[in-house]
Design a binder for this molecule. Structure first.
Ligand SMILES: Nc1ncnc2c1ncn2[C@@H]1O[C@H](COP(=O)(O)OP(=O)(O)OP(=O)(O)O)[C@@H](O)[C@H]1O
Length: 581
């Protein structure tokens, strides 16, 4: 931008009161000035001689040799040399004369300034301002579309601009950020570091809410002075850098996670805390299971596939007196029939001919002092059912090919998604075993009946999977959430977790989008012709009811009171929104 100095026309000739008319005329002509500043012997300004002075002298028939003294104007419009540039517009508006004389602090003439110069300069300035405006707009557009979080601060460390992803990441509103001190709004970024160092800091690591970010702090310098700073937050992890690297990193994270899990697999790793739920029925079920865990009885866990039956079994083991013992899993459906017996009871040395002559411990041996989890118990053959029953009754067994009775102290937790009662009727499951197993029965409801849980599980899995996958997903777009909430979840929580993992792997801008969901889900939801869409108001009402019910753990009287409606009113709403009763 122009400076005041650049506008001034320097005065390099000396005109005094004794200067003659002829000299003044030729100076004005050659310089094309409208006035000549007149100075005394100390070079101080004493007046100006203008074109009207020439006309007056000619009208008065003064000879060309006449000194200009008595035609000089003593009242002069002056401008101090240190006039701020910003004041020029005012001066142009208010000055009664077309040309001003610029003086220094000693009243010496420095130059002259014409109105035309000023207007030209203002025009140029406004042009520059326009350019700056365009630049600012361009910058804002660039920021709006920036993939990373970007914040710009000025000399006073106040926030000037901020990119939408950064607002989203820290859950901030523009009005609570702009013009505010960065150290108040985003203290964790430590952007003030660069004001002292005046050097860029690249790739500083930062961890907020368990998510890692890479922070670049870049000072904005002018003449070596820090006049602002830019903070860049790469929070979409290193995925940005390369898709391949991202996939590799995720695969590595996953491998190491599962490796750890594998190492832990001989013992149960889940406790009640890992069993996420806000559903009142599930909460009650957790409580009953925790109570049952303390006893010795056999527990049968029923429920569809993926509802968390094994999770319950592990949590039961971990909260039981046997938690220091092993938690051994046998998937009755996955082991070939002819191997199942030896898997259960082991075999003695020499029981089989072949390579493995040395004998092998069975699952009952391994689970001694701990818990044996019999998954898919409904898939066990009738002959094995008989053997299992004997162990349960007598608490002892023989190894395959063995003759020694082995006594064990094992607690059985069994699970199935099959209808055992029907199987008993059809003669496919032994009635006596059924009663033996069904001492305490826990029915884990499918996810579609746990309306409040889907939302809760989404956020819990997001936190968990961010750590496992090394992603920084912080939210889910409304449309995607709607599909998730409307989907029927035949695979229950396992399916939800898998869908979340897949979506978080594909998500690109910190949020799970509609297109990150598997196609079959989107299709199923749109084909089901969703129950008439609820309006915004109804949606708010539904949310309030759900919240109240969760808060009071399903107690309708308390929920109605909390909502300020009658009990029958609440029942009507529950029916209307198809909430579980
Ligand atoms: N309430 C829950 N909170 C957190 N994770 C859950 C929950 N329920 C299930 N899961 C997760 O879902 C997956 C399936 O759970 P689990 O294996 O316990 O189900 P299951 O009912 O035993 O299934 P299946 O009948 O197919 O053996 C696991 O990854 C488990 O961690």
């Amino acid at each position: 931008m122009s400076q005041f100095n650049d506008l001034i026309t320097p005065v390099d000739c000396i005109v005094t009161e004794d200067t003659r008319l002829s000299e003044a005329i030729s100076l004005m002509n050659s310089k094309k000035w409208n006035l000549l500043p007149v100075t005394n012997t100390n070079r101080e300004l004493v007046g100006v001689f203008t074109r009207s002075g020439i006309f007056q002298m000619i009208m008065d028939r003064k000879p060309l040799t006449t000194p200009i003294k008595s035609y000089m104007k003593e009242h002069v419009e002056t401008l101090p040399i240190d006039t701020p540039y910003e004041n020029i517009e005012m001066i142009v508006k208010n000055s009664p004369v077309g040309t001003g004389v610029v003086i220094d602090e000693h009243h010496h003439v420095v130059g002259i300034l014409t109105k035309t110069d000023m207007v030209m300069s203002l025009l140029q300035t406004s042009q520059e301002l326009k350019t700056v405006k365009i630049l600012k707009r361009t910058l804002e557009t660039a920021l709006d579309h920036a993939y990373d979080g970007i914040v710009m601060i000025d000399e006073k460390k106040n926030i000037q601009m901020v990119s939408p992803p950064l607002l989203e990441l820290f859950n901030l509103q523009p009005e609570s950020v702009l013009s505010k001190p960065v150290m108040k709004v985003l203290p964790d970024l430590h952007l003030d570091n660069v004001y002292q160092s005046a050097t860029a800091e690249i790739s500083g690591f930062l961890e907020i809410n368990g998510i890692k970010y890479i922070v670049h702090r870049i000072p904005i310098l002018e003449d070596g002075k820090v006049i602002g700073a830019i903070g860049k937050i790469v929070f979409r992890q290193l995925n940005e850098v390369s898709e391949l690297f991202k996939k590799l990193q995720k695969a590595e994270n996953k491998a190491s996670f599962y490796h750890q899990q594998f190492q832990k697999s001989a013992s149960a790793r889940f406790t009640w805390e890992h069993l996420f739920t806000v559903d009142p029925y599930m909460e009650k079920l957790k409580k009953s299971a925790a109570k049952a865990a303390k006893g010795r009885s056999t527990i049968l866990i029923r429920g569809e596939s993926g509802t968390g039956k094994e999770l319950f079994a592990q949590a039961i083991h971990n909260s039981s007196a046997r938690s220091t013992g092993k938690f051994i899993v046998v998937n009755c459906a996955a082991i070939p029939e002819d191997l199942l017996e030896s898997e259960f009871f082991g075999y003695d040395e020499g029981a089989f001919t072949g390579a493995r002559q040395k004998g092998k411990l069975g699952k009952f041996d391994l689970a001694n002092g701990g818990t044996l989890f019999l998954d898919e118990i409904g898939d066990m053959s009738l002959s094995l059912q008989a053997k299992l029953l004997r162990v349960l009754q007598e608490r002892e067994f023989y190894r395959v090919g063995g003759t020694v009775r082995i006594q064990v102290d094992v607690r059985i937790v069994a699970a199935t998604n099959r209808n055992l009662e029907e199987m008993v009727k059809e003669g496919l499951f032994r009635e006596d075993l059924y009663y033996r197993l069904n001492v305490i029965s826990l029915n884990v409801p499918p996810l579609r009946e746990r309306l409040y849980d889907t939302d809760h599980l989404i956020s819990q899995f997001m936190i968990e999977l961010n750590q496992i996958l090394g992603t920084s997903i912080t939210g889910i777009e409304d449309r995607a959430r709607e599909v998730i909430l409307d989907y029927a979840w035949p695979g229950n929580v396992r399916e939800l977790r898998n869908v979340m993992e897949r979506a978080m792997t594909f998500a690109e801008n910190g949020k799970i989008r509609f297109e990150d969901l598997p196609e079959y889900m989107v299709k199923q939801v749109s084909m089901r012709d969703l129950s008439p869409r609820v309006s915004l108001v109804e949606n708010a009402e539904l949310e309030a009811i759900k919240k109240a019910l969760v808060q009071v753990k399903g107690n309708k009287v308390k929920a109605a009171r909390l909502l300020g409606i009658s009990r029958s009113g609440l029942y009507e709403k529950i029916k209307k929104y198809k909430l579980p009763t």
